[in-house]
Design a binder for this molecule. Structure first.
Ligand code: PHE
Length: 532
């Protein structure tokens, strides 16, 4: 590597760029703020100790969220590529780790879209309050036309299918417009819009009768929860999902920053911005639930359906139906879900598309359209049917709960333990950023990896021993473990294919010498033109 002269930043690079730091921050917040903030966080917090959950949550954010965000940003920024390319430059054998992340993104994209599609429908239903009479029956029977859990059906449900296809079309168009005109614009418009609409919603929610009791229920601490390891696992899980960590998304987004870019300070803005939105969502959702409890004359604790799909599509519609001005409230809520979801969805697909561009030299537009169309077809076939909800539940559990933990450990192990890039990444961050992480950062990342490893073992054991939600064994084998097998297959097979670009034509900056480090044995910037 050192025969080549140090390249000034910027040359030799055809990679797309954000137009500036603000665009990057908005895009990263766009990825982070998603369904996880609006429908996952409030339920998680409530179930895991209420106000006391804030303690493990904040600890998880500081000890794992921010350190891993810095790590991903450092890898993407220094090695300037999508997950597979950047990991390949970390160490030749680490390429598969990048593909593992890309495969998770691909899988998530397939069903994240489905939920956005539901939200689109509910946005329109809100104007006439179509769901008002009996939201639970409306959702399961009239809207999803649910079949039997643990079966596979190919009966399509038009009311799910049409918005799903529409979401895919919009997504493909945005991706095809490119990083600058598509992804960046969506976020620059979408995130401020989201903050305003959601802000209005929260203010309105706080003015409802019973709002105070709702918020109190969310924040009343149950300190005994802190002794339960599951609560801690939930906190770490929430932080990872919510900050889009270990998906290769933050890595890819950082690779679009210019070489001379402050990495850590914007990272903090993203992390704290995301958590602020999350807590705001918690307040809004629980204020609303307080109103519902008040209407029914019961305590918030006695309400049912406070998490996930039920919270958004059954409990919320129930409240909306009883509320003065429910139509507007409903439209604001589902509109916010759509915008928050879309900016996250775009980020996972960009991570996939970017990897294919890097590997096969595809043009950004072609790659975006190819990824979009293949995903759209699979998404429609898998999730547009009467059994889509169950499939979503199982695939999510294996890819998002299990796969992601494995992916995070693999990334840390490959870059720090096997390739020995600790000092290099730490000094890289320190060289380009205003806020300079020290050794403490590395210690945290290593400890987190051990913690994640134990979480992985625990989760795997539970899934093997107890199955999941009573689904039949064959179903979990095919769609749960099968998903994991797909991720592994991608990680093993993709590195066998040839790079269609000369990835050796690359210079790191600052060079290792500039960082005060000796040459690295894994730096394989080969003589140009040598086939591999
Ligand atoms: N962070 C997003 C959310 O909170 C989800 C997501 C995960 C987005 C992974 C991109 C990648 O909903």
């Amino acid at each position: 590597m050192s025969e080549q002269p140090a390249t000034p930043p910027g040359t030799h690079e055809k990679r797309e760029h954000w137009s500036g730091q603000t665009a990057f921050i908005l895009a990263a917040i766009g990825s982070a703020v998603g369904l996880g903030n609006i429908w996952r966080f409030p339920g998680q917090a409530y179930e895991n100790g209420g106000g006391a959950f804030m303690i493990p949550y904040v600890i998880a954010l500081l000890t794992a969220g921010i350190p891993i965000l810095f790590l991903e940003n450092a890898i993407g920024h220094r090695f300037r590529g999508s997950a597979p390319l950047a990991m390949r430059r970390v160490a030749r054998r680490a390429e598969g780790v990048g593909w593992f992340h890309v495969a998770i993104c691909f899988v998530i994209g397939l069903y994240y879209t489905v939920i956005i599609g539901w939200a689109v429908s509910y946005f329109f239903f809100s104007f006439n309050l179509d769901y008002a009479e009996d939201p639970a029956t409306f959702f399961a029977r009239d809207f999803l036309q649910l079949g039997e859990p643990g079966t596979v059906s190919l009966t399509f449900v038009p009311s799910v299918l049409i918005p799903l296809v529409a979401v895919w079309v919009v997504t493909i168009v945005i991706l095809a417009l490119g990083l600058h005109n598509g992804v960046e614009r969506l976020n620059v418009v979408g995130i401020p819009l989201l903050v305003v609409t959601f802000g209005i919603l929260v203010v309105r929610a706080l003015m409802l009768d019973g709002a105070a009791e709702g918020v109190e229920a969310l924040f009343t601490p149950d300190f005994s929860a802190l002794r339960d390891p599951q609560v801690w696992i939930a906190a770490y899980g929430q932080v990872f999902f919510s900050l889009s960590l270990a998906y290769g998304v933050m890595l890819t987004y950082a690779s679009y920053r210019r070489r001379r870019s402050n990495i850590t300070a914007p990272g903090l803005v993203v992390a704290f911005g995301n958590s602020s939105f999350e807590i705001l969502a918690g307040v809004g959702v629980f204020a609303t639930l307080g109103f519902l409890a008040h209407q029914q004359g019961i305590a918030v604790a006695d309400l049912e359906g406070l998490t996930g799909v039920q919270l958004s599509f059954i409990t919320f519609p129930t409240v909306i139906a009883q509320m003065p001005g429910g139509q507007i409230f409903g439209a604001l809520f589902f509109g916010s879900l759509v915008v928050a979801g879309l900016t996250s969805l775009i980020s996972v697909l960009q991570a996939v598309s970017s990897a294919l561009q890097d590997k096969f030299g595809w043009h950004p537009r072609g790659s975006a359209v190819a990824v979009g169309i293949v995903s759209a077809v699979l998404s429609v076939i898998g999730f547009g049917t009467t059994t889509g909800l169950f499939l979503l539940d199982v695939v999510d559990q294996w890819s998002n709960q299990l796969g992601i933990v494995a992916g995070a450990v693999a990334m840390i192990a490959a870059s720090l333990w096997f390739a020995g890039r600790s000092s290099e990444l730490q000094r890289h961050l320190a060289a380009v950023s205003t806020l300079r992480p020290g050794r403490g950062w590395l210690i945290l990342v290593n400890v987190v990896a051990l913690l994640l490893l134990s979480m992985f073992v625990q989760k795997t054991t539970t899934l093997i021993n107890d199955g999941y939600e009573g689904y039949p064994g064959w179903y979990l084998a095919v769609f749960g473990w099968g998903t994991l097998a797909f991720l592994l297959a991608a990680a093993l097979a993709m590195p066998l294919l040839r790079w269609r670009r000369n990835i050796a034509r690359f210079h790191v900056w600052p060079t290792r010498a500039q960082l005060g480090l000796p040459d690295h044995p894994h730096d394989e910037y080969e003589p140009e033109g040598r086939p591999r």
